[in-house]
Design a protein around this ligand. Structure first.
Ligand code: URA
Length: 241
C-alpha cells in the first residue's frame, strides 16, 4: 500500500495531509525518513510519525448477528442497559451496528468497522431491502395492506412503496403475521406503518437485510460474512472491494 494511503487508513490524517507530513520529513518507514507519498508499505513494516510508532489499519470485520430482544443497537449505552456490542465482545475490532433495531425487535443485524460500507448501506439512496415479520393486532383487510404497500403519510412524510404479504391469520387470538419489505430505514418505521393502518405490532423480527438471513444462527449468536457476501454488499452500494 502507498504510504499516504496507509497513514490515512490508520487514521493519522487525511490522505492529502499525510502527503504534506511526508514532504515535511516527519514519517519514517523502518527507520528511514520517507521522501515521497508513493513509498510502499508492506506488512510488518514499522512506520513512525515524529518518531512515534503508529498502528496499522484495523482489519475489516463483517458480522451478521441474530439479535435477541432486550438489546439496544448502539455501540455505547449510558444507562447500563444490555447493548449489541456485548454479544460480539470476543472480537477485538471496534464494531458498530449497521442501522438500528429497536430493543424489542430481534433478527438480522450487521456489525462492522467498515465505516464507508456501513454508511452507504444505511443511506436511503441505495434502497437496501429489509424484510420484517410482524405479528400485528387484528386481521388487516386487503385495502389496509394495499394502502401500506402504496405508501403512507407518517409524521408528514410519505413512506416509499413497500411489499407486504399476509402470511398467517390467527382468528382465535385475532392477530396476523405480515411480511413487510421496506427500502427505507426510518426510526420505528415498521411499527409506525402498522399503527397507521390500525394494526399495531405485537412482535417484530427482521428476517433479512440486503438478502442476508440468520439461517441456523441461534439468538445472540453471530457469524462472519464470507468474501462473496462482502463483495455483494460492496457491489450493492457502488463500491469496489
Ligand atoms: N421498524 C421498527 O419499527 N422497528 C425496528 O426495530 C425496525 C424497523
Amino acid at each position: 500500500m502507498r504510504l499516504a494511503k496507509y497513514l490515512a487508513s490508520a487514521g493519522v490524517a487525511s490522505r492529502r495531509r499525510a502527503e504534506t507530513m511526508i514532504y515535511e520529513g516527519r514519517i519514517a518507514v523502518n527507520g528511514i525518513i520517507a521522501e515521497k507519498p508513493e513509498v510502499r508499505v508492506n506488512e510488518g513494516d514499522l512506520v513512525t510519525v515524529d518518531g512515534s510508532i503508529i498502528e496499522g489499519p484495523e482489519k475489516k470485520v463483517y458480522l451478521l448477528l441474530n439479535k435477541p430482544q432486550g438489546y439496544i443497537s448502539t455501540a455505547h449505552d449510558t444507562h447500563d442497559r444490555p447493548i449489541v456490542t456485548e454479544l460480539v465482545a470476543d472480537i477485538e475490532a471496534r464494531l458498530y451496528p449497521v442501522g438500528r433495531l429497536d430493543a424489542d425487535t430481534s433478527g438480522v443485524l450487521l456489525m462492522t468497522n467498515d465505516g464507508e460500507l456501513a454508511h452507504r448501506l444505511m443511506h436511503p439512496r441505495f434502497e437496501v431491502e429489509k424484510v420484517y415479520k410482524a405479528w400485528v393486532e387484528g386481521i388487516p383487510q386487503k385495502e389496509a395492506i394495499d394502502k401500506m404497500s402504496r405508501g403512507l403519510i407518517i409524521e408528514g412524510d410519505k413512506t416509499a412503496p413497500a411489499r407486504i404479504k399476509l402470511i398467517k391469520r390467527d382468528p382465535v387470538k385475532t392477530t396476523a403475521l405480515l411480511e413487510i419489505m421496506i427500502i427505507e430505514g426510518k426510526k420505528r418505521q415498521v411499527k409506525k406503518m402498522c399503527s397507521a393502518i390500525g394494526h399495531p405490532v405485537r412482535t417484530l423480527r427482521r428476517d433479512s437485510f440486503a438478502g442476508l438471513k440468520t439461517g441456523r444462527l441461534k439468538k445472540g449468536a453471530y457469524r462472519h460474512l464470507d468474501k462473496r457476501e462482502v463483495n455483494a454488499l460492496y457491489r450493492l452500494v457502488g463500491l469496489q472491494s
